[in-house]
Design a protein around this ligand. Sequence first.
Ligand SMILES: Nc1ncnc2c1ncn2[C@@H]1O[C@H](COP(=O)(O)OP(=O)(O)OP(=O)(O)O)[C@@H](O)[C@H]1O
Length: 616
Amino acid sequence: MTDTAANRVSPDRPSRGALQAELIAEAATKRGRSSDLRPLLRLIPYIQRRPIDVAAAAIFLILAAAATLALPVAARALVDRGFATATPEAVNQWFLLLVGVALSMAIFAASRFYFVTKLGERVVADLRADVYDRLIGLSPSYFARVRTGEALSRLTVDATLIDSLVGSSASIAIRNLVMLAGGLSMMVVTSFKLTLMVLLIIPLVLVPLFTIGRRVRNLSTSAQDRIAEAAAEASESLDAIETVQAFGRVDYVRGRFRQAIEISFTAARRRIAARSVMTALAISIVFSGISFVLWEGTRSVLEGNMTPGALTQFVILSLLAGSGVGALAEVWGDIQKAAGATQRLSEILDEVPDIAAPLQPKCFPTESLGWVRFKDVTFAYPSDSDRNALIGVSFEVRPGQTVAIVGPSGAGKSTLFRLLLRYYDPSSGVITLDSVDARDLGPDSWRDRFAYVSQNPDLFTGTAMDNILFGNPYATPKMAQEAARRAEAEPFILSRLGGYDQAIGDRGRALSGGERQRLAIARALVRDAPILLLDEATSALDAENERLVQKAFDEAMTNRTTLVIAHRLATVQRADWIIVLDKGQVVEQGTHYDLVAKGGLYAHLAKLQFEPQMFA
Ligand SMILES: Nc1ncnc2c1ncn2[C@@H]1O[C@H](COP(=O)(O)OP(=O)(O)OP(=O)(O)O)[C@@H](O)[C@H]1O
């Protein structure tokens, strides 16, 4: 981790990671469950990829359970033989055996914990990576349906739930199942009658405990919600403190906060009361049960039907079995939650990208001309399939030409770029580059031939050099510097940022609009792609920045086929050809002077949009 200001935390505050973990854990408690456990089958291939860990986990699971079950046997031997023979040596021996059993239990349990938890972390790491691989390859139409926040929360919260399942709940469940099966069989062997009694008592103990347990859980969620509401109330009024004070509503706000606090206190009191009842019930039922079995057992010992050691063994075994049932019931909820989480992650894994490579993708000719053609292209966004955003659009951009696309807002200019970058494919019609149909290629090889500068370019946290090389990971630092020079970005990189290797801050937010755009032009230049797509910023830059960006654009356009969504007079005047879009259709095309002379939509737009610039 680099030592940036954002990462430095004061020692008495939780770190960013700790806060994040807390938020994720809180969100996880509120996630829904699924009574259908089938989605969990989806995890099997991930588990199968780690056979050694699975084998080690299984072996230590069984060994740890066996060692735990050996403990009551050792206790029995100690009581029956140790006490009976009563020689100090025998007692020493039996205690040594007991310590030996306990020690091996410790080693097996630790190894089981290590392998099972490691397996869980591994499975979740693999699953997370797969989900992210899938997400980043999906087309923007997916993110029009599913909010980015939702996708991210699946990647964090749901993956955490699966983590806790594979890394702990599953291990608890399997361990307790093994113990329960082993414990019960040993109990039957030790005393069939007492086992029957225990089997009757266990549900008597557990049913009321679970009923109240569920109520306590619901009450504690509702108490947390009330606290969150009170906190939101406080934060809203503190944010608006000036308004609160200006309107003399301080007492009113105090009253409301007090009320919110009281409500949350009442919720908390209910939870505490339910918990107290549960504690009392738990202690009384469990101990009555134990006493009853002990009473019956002691009578058997007195009648000579059982040795004291066998009774000791039986009591320990039944405690182990009882806690096994309790643990199983407790993790049942986690297992259902993890099934829900796996289901949500599987939905992402099953998502098929809209744009996929054909089975037998074609290749571009090695020598790229940069010749773009739209042939009768019609397109509707999947989220708005009744309305065509482009209708029968045909035009061509010949190698090396600069073509400006103009049109009123909503005309379809950006949509045209989105089709060129293959975020979507046309509903009908064909887009070709150097005579190759876009649909005959994989999206990556198609996009390789394009460099794109958007209106408001995304930059990444990192250095200026990282950001330029993002355009082309194969470029050398020297090529990146050359690109920055041509994009007029070098002066501010050296002076304001302090060099190529200096961080540009959180996503370059501290850079001005012009600086961001010049860095983005450098990123596009280093890509050295045959087609350049430029989306001129509509927001006004100051005169100096405007001049620099324009120079950078001019440099980028030289010797390259360029399509530019134009907002400036200088750009349209310099373009070889202008395409005028309106309501998704090409309504005019020609040169600036032809189109002005024609007196159509372009002439009108030029008057409204460009002319003021002539006098600026
Ligand atoms: N993701 C989307 N889903 C549905 N409709 C969309 C989507 N994006 C754009 N549209 C619609 O498609 C039409 C064309 O939009 P587009 O963004 O291409 O216009 P534009 O010419 O670039 O406008 P502007 O100059 O304001 O950016 C508009 O009617 C718009 O509402």
